[in-house]
Write a protein that binds this ligand. Structure first.
Ligand code: DHE
Length: 498
């Protein structure tokens, strides 16, 4: 298949033929890029059919991996190998080239966003009834980052219903509309995709930025907000057709601009909250008559990676030094507590539950082998639970007595701990696929079963009984990352992300 495409491209003159083996001494690297890469990745490296090739977008790919992709292609994608077209010197030069910042700062403003808009099925044009039978509230979406696909899973039978291609490198949780019919995906390259779960169709797409972090859906489902690293903007869209409403430049009084680490919806406040990477402020944004109003809260330090109490009265942010977390009162904007959380807590992955009459929250840490459990009344750390390594994701469900945390980093990356939420002890450690990362759990709507990812191209989603902790089945998948249950998400279930 790949070979056929390559032959077609060669015939169409889109690729240089092997006979004109390019050489950096004869051609500048820029010319090589334009000849071999621009048709898919854009003449300005901003992306096209293929992803953007700019230093920020490539920060998660090592240079030797980039060289390997140029040489051998990427399996299960349209990226072909160029080993028979380019010599080693040219491959190295191209890999160097794409990690250099462009001569001119790329622009992604109103006209670029509007020009990217795709609207295959305008709002109201598709049937309002599901095209298949399932409990629409117990559906799961599984993001497969191995080959950039999404699988829709029936949460009762745990059988796949449909599998479809996503944009390159989805990141952050997909967000459902409040009725659960639509889901919005965000990609690291800035694409927002609106997908209709009733009709199994992409209905609208737009590119909000060049390097995007995530998206949030307003409590009433009417608006989508995108958070960008590049450019330094928040972008507001109408949720119906993803029409652009407003670009909000992110800067302080001194006109210093900032990347946006993430944007979150705060339903009880009817607002969005934004975490800023480069200025010590947190922003609350309300939308009235499609116009955004920004309230800026000065913070004592740079905060990243937010968590909220269930009423969204407090924001808990990780300090950039990775040693503590600050609790900010959302009404006054003042810091009310300083939590000692050494080892870079991953607050975005936190969960809460009732423990002996008070609400506690728990968070894994990126740089220490611990889960911190915090009393949310006194804002004191009541327990630091030792784990087999730093973790990424923690999950539970109101109806389950257990919380699950992975050991994403280090030699025990193939292990997951099960924590009893009342004794605050690890009661079981599973190692479902030795040598392969086991990470990210999501429960079904009832809290009776759960899904765990084996984070590998030859991976799987494993279904467990949430009470007996016994494995029920494995569904093969290509590097499954996050799983998202419709009911849990739209009801802001306490054991999952929002
Ligand atoms: Fe994520 C969510 C930030 C790296 C997979 N990640 C989030 C969110 C933030 C965040 C702020 C919450 C936004 C949301 O859901 O709307 N992630 C970061 C980082 O700063 C970090 C450490 C570095 C980076 O380069 O961005 C990072 N994240 C990763 C990965 O390497 C992961 C494991 C693989 C990947 O796909 O990139 C990864 N992040 C995820 C997933 C979620 C997520 C699967 C959603 C979890 C959920 O259950 O909602």
């Amino acid at each position: 298949m790949q070979q056929t495409l390559k032959t077609l491209m060669l015939t169409a003159g889109l690729l240089a033929s092997p006979l004109t083996n390019a050489n950096t001494s004869e051609q500048t690297t820029e010319a090589l890029y334009q000849q071999h890469c621009a048709s898919c990745h854009g003449s300005d490296r901003l992306g096209g059919m293929g992803p953007a090739l700019l230093p920020d977008n490539l920060s998660r790919l090592k240079k030797d991996q980039a060289e390997d992709a140029i040489r051998n292609g990427r399996p299960a994608t349209q990226m072909l190998g160029f080993a028979d077209v380019l010599n080693e010197e040219s491959i190295t030069a191209l890999a160097e080239y794409i990690y250099q910042p462009p001569e001119q700062e790329p622009v992604w403003g109103k006209s670029e966003i509007a020009a990217s808009h795709l609207l295959p099925h305008p709002a109201g044009s598709l049937p309002d009834k599901p095209a298949y039978e399932a409990d629409m509230m117990n559906l799961f979406l599984v993001v497969e980052i191995g080959d950039h696909h999404v699988t829709l899973l029936d949460g009762d039978s745990m059988e796949p219903i449909h599998r479809f291609a996503s944009r390159y490198a989805l990141h952050g949780g997909p967000k459902y509309s409040p009725d659960g019919r639509y889901v919005y995906f965000g990609s690291r390259d800035g694409w927002i995709t609106k997908y209709d779960l009733y009709n199994l169709k992409v209905v609208a797409e737009i590119r909000a930025g060049i390097n995007m972090r995530n998206i949030a859906v307003s409590a009433d489902g009417g608006h989508i907000m995108a958070a960008n690293y590049l450019p330094h903007t928040l972008v507001l869209f109408d949720a119906d057709n993803l029409d652009l409403l407003e670009i909000i430049p992110v800067e302080n009084d001194a006109k210093e601009s900032s990347r946006v680490s993430a944007v979150y919806a705060a339903p009880p406040r009817n607002s969005f909250i934004a975490a800023l990477k480069d200025i010590p402020e947190a922003w609350e944004i309300t939308v009235e008559n499609d116009k955004a109003k920004v309230r800026r809260m000065q913070t004592d330090t740079w905060l990243d990676d937010f968590f909220f109490d269930p009423g969204y009265q407090h924001l808990i942010g990780a300090a950039r030094d990775g040693k503590h977390g600050l609790v900010i009162n959302m009404d006054t904007g003042k810091t009310t507590a300083d939590l000692p959380l050494p080892g870079m807590p991953h607050l975005g992955s936190g969960i809460t539950w009732d423990y002996q009459g008070t609400r506690v929250m728990a968070t894994p840490h990126f740089r220490s082998s611990a889960v911190s459990i915090i009393d949310m009344d006194t804002w004191k750390v009541i327990k630091t639970l030792e784990t087999a390594g730093p973790g990424f994701f923690m999950r539970s469900h109101e109806n389950s007595r257990y919380a699950w945390v992975d050991v994403f980093f280090g030699p025990n990356k193939d292990k997951v701990h099960v924590i009893d939420k009342q004794t605050l002890e690890i009661v079981k450690t599973l190692q479902p696929a030795p040598g392969k990362v086991a990470a990210h759990v999501e429960f079904d709507r009832y809290g009776k079963k759960l899904l765990l990812s084996i984070w590998d191209e030859d991976g799987a989603v494993i279904v467990y009984d949430a009470e007996t902790l016994e494995e029920e089945k494995r569904i093969p998948m290509n590097k499954p990352s996050g799983k998202y249950n419709v009911w849990n998400k739209i009801n802001y279930e306490e054991g999952t992300s929002h």
